[in-house]
Design a protein around this ligand. Structure first.
Ligand SMILES: [Zn+2]
Length: 167
């Protein structure tokens, strides 16, 4: 077991597979000339579980499970690179990778034609993943801290996900 300190944050790796999760947060009210939503900020997360294991765990809504497994998150690409490529970083364990696209306005998951939660439309065929996973609370806190608190309100997306999870 390794202990990694990242600016006071203790990260313990048990040798299990981790996930590098990239979350592109896009604004459906800020479209480019091709009607694609502009990526306003990208958040990088280190999760202490593999993506496959996470996606096959149905014990809680996915945004909750992802949140619980976040050991490090940053919107600073330089900081992420240092962390990610450091020989003593969390990647003492092997890594899997995942990407999500989320809405800057409601925190909901986005597909190629619009936001799955607030329903705002756009056209982004390069965005191949059709995600229903809202932003995890820790990522929302990070975004609020970066000045998006007046824009981003994920409460409805979380409620909807929770209702669907209960069936
Ligand atoms: Zn939305």
């Amino acid at each position: 077991m390794k202990i990694h300190k990242e600016r006071g944050l203790k990260i313990v790796t048990s040798g299990e597979l981790w996930t590098c999760l990239t979350i592109a947060i896009k604004d459906p009210l800020g479209l480019d000339e091709k009607q694609r939503p502009i990526t306003v900020v990208t958040v990088y997360c280190a999760l202490d579980r593999s993506w496959l294991v996470l996606m096959n765990d149905f014990s809680a809504p996915r945004s909750v499970l992802i949140d619980q497994s976040i050991r490090f998150a940053t919107a600073d690409h330089m900081r992420w690179s240092t962390f990610h490529y450091s020989p003593s970083g969390a990647n003492g364990a092997p890594l899997t990778r995942a990407i999500l696209y989320n809405c800057l306005r409601c925190g909901g998951g986005q597909g190629p034609t619009g936001c799955q939660n607030c329903g705002r439309q756009f056209n982004d065929p390069e965005q191949v993943i059709d995600s229903y996973i809202p932003l995890p609370p820790k990522v929302v806190a990070l975004l609020w801290h970066r000045g998006f608190s007046s824009v981003l309100d994920p409460r409805q997306a979380w409620m909807k996900e929770h209702d669907q999870w209960e069936g």
